[in-house]
Design a protein around this ligand. Structure first.
Ligand SMILES: C[S@@+](CC[C@H](N)C(=O)[O-])C[C@H]1O[C@@H](n2cnc3c(N)ncnc32)[C@H](O)[C@@H]1O
Length: 214
C-alpha cells in the first residue's frame, strides 16, 4: 500500500463515521461547484478524492442522466462511499474505485479514457504532490470538458487572527491550503491550451476554479 493510502486510511478510519455530519459546516462551496459541473445527458463526471461519496450522490441526483465516477486513495473512505451509494439506491449509476490522484489510469479503473467533467473538492489541500494531481486531472479531461475545483482559499479577506487559528487547525488534519493554485493554473495554461477562471468566495475562505480544456 502507498504512503498516501496508509496516511489517509489512518486519518479516516474512525473519522469517516462522523465525516459528513461535521464537514457540512466547513467544507463551504461544494454544492456550487457541483451545480457548475452541469453535464449534458449521458456525459461522464469524475470526482477525484471522492471521500464518503457525498458529492457523487449529489451529482447523480442533480444530473439524473449523467454517468458518475469517483476515486479515492483511501479504502476506508470508499467503504463509507459504497454504503452511502447503496443506501441512496444509486449503485447502478455511481462507480467508485481506489486510485491515487497523481497516477490513476482511467481505463484500468473505469474502462474509459477520459471524462466530460472532473470535480476536485477539498482534496488538493490534502495531497502533498497536488501539482501532479492537478496536471493528471487535466489529462483525464476530454477536449471540450471542464474541471471544477473547490478548496480552502488564502482567507485574504478574513481577519488575521481567524486565518492563523484556521491554518493551525487545518494543519492538525494534514490540510494545507494551496495559496498558489491560481499561479499553478496560470503555469499550466502557458504550457497547454487551457482557459480558467477563479473566485474567492466567503472572504477567501474558499477558492473556486473552473478550468476549460478546448
Ligand atoms: C477532505 S476529503 C474531501 C472528500 C470529498 N471530496 C468532499 O468534498 O467531501 C479529501 C479526500 O481526498 C482523499 N485523498 C487524499 N489524498 C489522495 C490522493 N493522493 N489520491 C486520491 N485521493 C486522495 C482523501 O482520502 C479524502 O477522502
Amino acid at each position: 500500500m502507498s504512503d498516501a493510502a496508509l496516511s489517509m486510511d489512518r486519518m479516516y478510519r474512525r473519522q469517516r463515521y462522523i465525516y459528513d455530519a461535521t464537514r457540512k459546516f466547513y467544507l463551504l462551496g461544494r454544492d456550487g461547484a457541483i451545480a457548475a459541473l452541469s453535464p449534458r445527458p449521458g456525459e461522464a463526471v469524475l470526482e477525484i478524492g471522492c471521500g464518503t461519496g457525498r458529492n457523487l450522490i449529489a451529482v447523480a441526483r442533480r444530473f439524473p442522466q449523467a454517468q458518475v465516477f469517483g476515486l479515492d486513495v483511501s479504502n476506508e473512505m470508499l467503504t463509507s462511499a459504497r454504503v452511502a451509494i447503496r443506501r441512496a439506491g444509486l449503485e447502478n449509476r455511481i462507480h467508485v474505485a481506489q486510485g491515487d490522484a497523481t497516477d490513476f489510469d482511467p481505463t484500468t479503473l473505469f474502462a474509459r479514457a477520459d471524462f466530460d467533467r472532473v470535480l476536485i473538492s477539498y482534496a488538493l489541500s490534502m495531497i502533498p504532490p497536488w501539482r501532479a494531481a492537478l496536471a493528471h486531472a487535466l489529462d483525464a479531461l476530454r477536449p471540450g470538458g471542464a474541471l471544477e475545483i473547490v478548496d480552502f482559499g488564502d482567507q485574504a479577506g478574513l481577519p488575521r487572527v481567524f486565518r492563523s487559528v484556521l491554518r493551525r487547525w487545518l494543519a492538525a488534519f494534514e490540510v494545507t491550503p494551496r495559496d498558489d493554485l491560481r499561479e499553478e493554473l496560470g503555469a499550466l495554461a502557458r504550457a497547454r491550451p487551457l482557459r480558467f477562471l477563479t473566485a474567492a468566495p466567503f472572504g477567501g475562505y474558499a477558492i473556486r476554479a473552473t478550468v476549460l480544456k478546448p
